[in-house]
Design a protein around this ligand. Structure first.
Ligand SMILES: [Zn+2]
Length: 165
């Protein structure tokens, strides 16, 4: 679906989280904000290295925090903002959490493949194939600003940073 008037504002907040992650010890440059009824209910940057937890992506961490804060297992009606297209794990987590809408900034064509786990499956296909048909997504909100946080498609990142190989 097309962006709403508020999407850039919340993506800006996700960008701030991503920059904090990039500058923090053990953090990664991906930011996620979860909004429900106009309020932030969970937010995070990537904490994989900080926690030695490969599942601690920004999105899964924000989902855990939102559910814990609300004392419930689903986030029906919530919108998840991520600076980068969610990976397969986070796409599935969004489905299992019944999130209503996913909004992301940079997409697969904008960044190096090191940020994704496989060649062709992506959030758009995973959501389209889900049993749920009420989950919507919006792509490319502040795309250039978000993409600037990541290695580009033609870059050669150091091997030790490439967690997907
Ligand atoms: Zn992920």
């Amino acid at each position: 679906m097309p962006p709403t008037d508020d999407d850039a504002f919340w993506m800006q907040r996700a960008l701030t989280l991503a920059r904090n992650g990039k500058n923090s010890r053990g953090g990664g440059p991906i930011g996620c904000v979860i909004l429900l009824d106009g309020k932030v209910v969970g937010e995070a940057h990537n904490e994989v290295s900080a926690d030695h937890d490969p599942t601690a992506h920004a999105e899964t961490t924000a989902i855990r925090r939102a559910c814990a804060a609300l004392g419930r297992d689903d986030l029906r009606g919530a919108t998840l903002y991520s600076t980068l297209q969610p990976c397969g794990m986070c796409s599935m987590a969004s489905i299992w959490t019944s999130i209503g809408r996913v909004v992301y900034g940079a997409g697969r064509p904008d960044v190096h493949r090191m940020y994704f786990e496989c060649r062709s499956l992506n959030l758009d296909d995973i959501l389209a194939d889900a049993y749920r048909d009420d989950i919507r997504f919006t792509v490319g909100v502040l795309r250039e600003e978000c993409a600037a946080l990541y290695y580009g498609p033609g870059d050669a990142p150091p091997l030790e940073e490439q967690a997907n190989i």
